[in-house]
Ligand binder design. Structure first.
Ligand code: FE2
Ligand code: FE2
Length: 129
């Protein structure tokens, strides 16, 4: 699962953020045998750190370009943050199978958000140049 130019949202800083998020995600999905609780803790902490900064930057950008879907997009970010917190709690509680759910979250929600939801503000910016 690699970031590709086709996934560019037309803003260098946001693309850099996405590349970082892809790298963390890709490593976690590949190294399935290393997904113990400690590694999962590290990955979830990294995602929390980068996501917080990225979501803020992205929301500021959407506001700047006057993207009409900003509120909906912000809700999606809030939901992802809430899910991250839940996964951290479950991992801290040593719940079985949480690693598989983290992998599923990353592959199906996180990456999908970048591919589908983030593309919407790019298309909007392109059509309003
Ligand atoms: Fe994004
Ligand atoms: Fe986003």
């Amino acid at each position: 699962m690699k970031w590709h130019k086709k996934l560019s949202v037309g803003n260098d800083k946001l693309d850099e953020d996405h590349q970082t998020l892809f790298k963390i995600t890709d490593r976690y999905l590949k190294e399935s045998s290393d997904r113990d609780r400690e590694y999962t803790t590290t990955v979830l902490a990294q995602l929390t750190y980068y996501a917080k900064r990225h979501f803020k930057r992205e929301e500021d950008y959407m506001e700047e370009i006057g993207f009409p879907g900003l509120d909906k997009h912000r809700d999606a970010h809030d939901q992802m943050n809430a899910q991250l917190v839940k996964l951290i709690d479950r991992n801290d509680a040593c719940e079985a199978n949480v690693q598989a759910d983290v992998a599923d979250f990353l592959a199906n929600l996180w990456i999908k958000h970048i591919r589908v939801d983030d593309k919407r503000y790019k298309d909007f910016a392109n059509s309003h140049k």
